[in-house]
Design a protein around this ligand. Structure first.
Ligand SMILES: [Zn+2]
Length: 476
């Protein structure tokens, strides 16, 4: 079966064909070239942003699981209205300001077990590439100047609106265009190069003094890194128009070839059923949630497990359910490790492992249907637990199952939580926490009991309640 993913450009679930030419074997394909719109580094990224970043990570991990190689870039927007305003407010340099938030963003990615990608270009380090494409657009008649800024004339690019399927009346009707204080001929036209305002950072370049418009950044970086048509471009659905529409217009007008084969867009994240907003009090950064004691592992579980083309409703209740689901993995790993039985392997185990791989791949190959894939994984866990209950597994079986889980976790990134094994864990402290939890339970304070379990889990300590007492283990 082939991997099919919904393509916003064609409106259908298209087979992924890296390089555009179909090959016999996955190993024969060139690396899948992927570009993901990255963050603007002016503050802490929120949980909605991380839905997209976690999806990007899941996508690249799944491609590797399927045998593809990947070459993935994500940009860092470190110059725009918000970053400039932030640096001015704090009276520090733009570089100092954006470096701080870039580092914070990287820490958040690490906390969520998001793999580093192959390229993370910064806007301020790619000005040359932006000038190159703007210069080509000027030469080909796809740019006009007004009040010192350069604009892209949208009516000259005939297929404008194809990705978003908006006709020009809808685009012109008002609300949906990119608001911009600068004057332009047509409301749809967007800025390529912005004339500097007073006391604002600018670059003195052959296309004039100024700074880049946001859209040009992605087009320029893609050309600089990948040289030609790329396989996959990802982003949130809110970027389809105007950002991605504008990227296509600039790149295809400048280079005269297809820009991107496969456009993949991630749906919105809601919090408690509403769009996240500071005024509704449902606005969470990752850091807010970690400070409340929720683990990045549970948040990753939630974000990975939701199908990318469905709106996802994030709730605190959902995190507790994620904790429970993760506990099933933790308990299974503990049980597998404890198996000592010697002897020949159980002949059913290889079949069980083959079928979880086949079922998982079958589900996820169908437009990355991870919700169904996770269902298969939980069925597998259930089957293994039953075999353990019936004492049908030997040490060798347990090792093969462990290895199979590791392979699946190369995609999921939350079954085994690496780095959580902390050498300096104080056993006396753990015992005192367990005693406190027992006291809380006896006085029916289940909230406190749960909180203690979570605090311990955060430190990589897993509790296992038996009939007699509570045992604890360090997760690995
Ligand atoms: Zn972009």
């Amino acid at each position: 079966m082939a991997l099919r993913i919904y393509n916003t450009l064609t409106g259908s679930a298209d087979e992924l064909v890296p390089g555009g030419i179909k090959k016999e074997k996955i190993g024969d394909y060139p690396p899948v070239t992927i570009y993901s719109c990255g963050p603007t580094v002016y503050g802490y990224a929120h949980i909605g942003n991380f839905r997209t970043f976690v999806f990007n990570d899941f996508l690249r991990r799944y491609l590797k699981f399927r045998g593809f190689r990947v070459d993935h870039a994500m940009n860092i927007t470190d110059v725009d209205d918000k970053t400039i305003a932030g640096a001015v407010t704090e009276s520090i340099s733009l570089k100092e300001y954006t470096e701080r938030y870039t580092a914070i963003f990287q820490e958040d990615l690490t906390a969520l077990n998001i793999e580093p990608v192959e390229h993370t270009p910064k806007a301020t380090e790619s000005i040359g590439a932006m000038i190159e494409i703007i210069d080509l657009l000027v030469k080909k008649g796809y740019a006009y100047a007004m009040e010192g800024s350069l604009y892209f004339p949208v009516d000259r690019f005939k297929s404008y609106g194809r990705l978003s399927r908006l006709n020009s009346r809808e685009i012109k009707s008002g609300l949906r265009y990119d608001t911009d204080e600068y004057a332009k001929d047509d409301v749809r036209d967007f800025v390529l190069w912005k004339a500097p305002k007073e006391n604002e950072i600018y670059w003195d370049t052959p296309v004039g003094k100024g700074r880049p418009g946001w859209h040009i950044e992605c087009s320029a970086m893609i050309r600089k890194i990948f040289k030609t048509t790329i396989d996959i471009h990802t982003g949130g659905v809110d970027l389809i128009f105007p950002h991605h529409e504008n990227e296509i217009a600039q790149s295809e007008a400048a280079y005269g070839e297809q820009f991107v084969r496969h456009w993949i867009h991630v749906e919105h994240l809601l919090v408690n059923g509403s769009k996240m907003s500071k005024s509704l009090g449902n606005f969470y950064t990752l850091r807010d949630l970690l400070a409340k004691g929720y683990s990045a592992r549970s948040i990753r579980f939630l974000l990975v497990s939701a199908h990318y083309r469905k709106q996802f409703n994030f709730t605190i209740d959902g995190i507790s359910q994620a904790d429970q689901a993760l506990e099933r993995f933790d308990n299974l790993l503990i049980r597998l490790k404890e198996i000592k039985k010697e002897g020949a392997p159980n002949p059913h185990v290889p079949n069980l492992i083959d079928s979880i791989f086949a079922d998982f791949t079958g589900a996820v190959d169908d437009d990355l249907n991870i919700s169904r894939g996770m269902g298969m994984v939980f069925e597998f866990i259930h089957a293994v637990n039953t075999m353990i209950n019936d004492e049908k597994l030997t040490r060798m079986d347990a090792d093969s199952i462990m290895l199979a889980l590791k392979k699946i976790d190369a995609v999921l990134g939350f079954i085994f939580s690496e780095g959580s094994e902390k050498p300096g864990i104080d056993a006396a402290w753990v015992e005192s926490m367990i005693a406190e939890r027992l006291a809380a339970r006896n006085s029916k304070d289940y909230g406190r009991a749960d909180a203690i379990r979570r605090i311990l889990l955060e430190k990589g300590i897993i509790l296992e309640d038996t009939r007699e007492d509570t045992r604890w283990k360090i997760r690995n």
